[in-house]
Design a protein. Structure first.
Ligand SMILES: [Zn+2]
Length: 161
């Protein structure tokens, strides 16, 4: 788990490094600047409600997406995504993964109540919550709604460089 965190941190320190798509501009958090305002308003609501969180991941390049897709298929472990490279909102900086932080300052992946409260806040800001998905529920995942912009539309807007 320690290595896992280090890995995440390292990757986020260079948002949009390798594999950045054409027209895609990321802010300092690795969020698509087109959507920064909305995600920041959502995070501000969490702060206002004293819901502590840690940002796990924002932009994810296609190479990393391919690695995630292999897990539970070509390599051992649970399936963590059904999205192939270019098929995740993370690949466009249009998704954000959070984990609640408990009162001792530790991340808690099991705090269903905190996740639910985050989901409620997300919907108020016009974001889609992965905890409401029917299959492969992802309680820490928040994204621009697929009804608003589809993956196919994102691919056209932000083609591979
Ligand atoms: Zn996610």
């Amino acid at each position: 788990m320690e290595n896992f965190w280090f890995f995440k941190k390292k990757r986020n320190s260079n948002p949009g490094g390798n594999g950045l798509r054409k027209n895609l501009i990321l802010d300092e958090k690795g969020i698509n600047t087109t959507y920064s305002g909305r995600f920041n308003a959502f995070l501000a609501t969490l702060d206002f409600n004293n819901l502590k969180y840690k940002i796990i991941e924002t932009y994810r390049n296609d190479e990393k997406q391919a690695d995630y897709y292999k897990q539970g298929r070509e390599i051992p472990g649970n399936v963590i995504t059904n999205a192939r490279p270019g098929e995740s909102y993370h690949n466009y900086g249009a998704a954000l993964d959070l984990v609640p932080i408990d009162k001792n300052g530790k991340v808690d992946f099991t705090d269903a109540i905190a996740y639910f409260e985050m989901g409620v806040a997300a919907s108020k800001h016009g974001l889609e919550w992965g905890g409401s998905w029917k299959s492969l529920k992802d309680s820490g995942h928040f994204q621009i709604p697929s009804k608003e912009i589809s993956i196919d539309e994102l691919k056209l807007k932000y083609p591979l460089a």
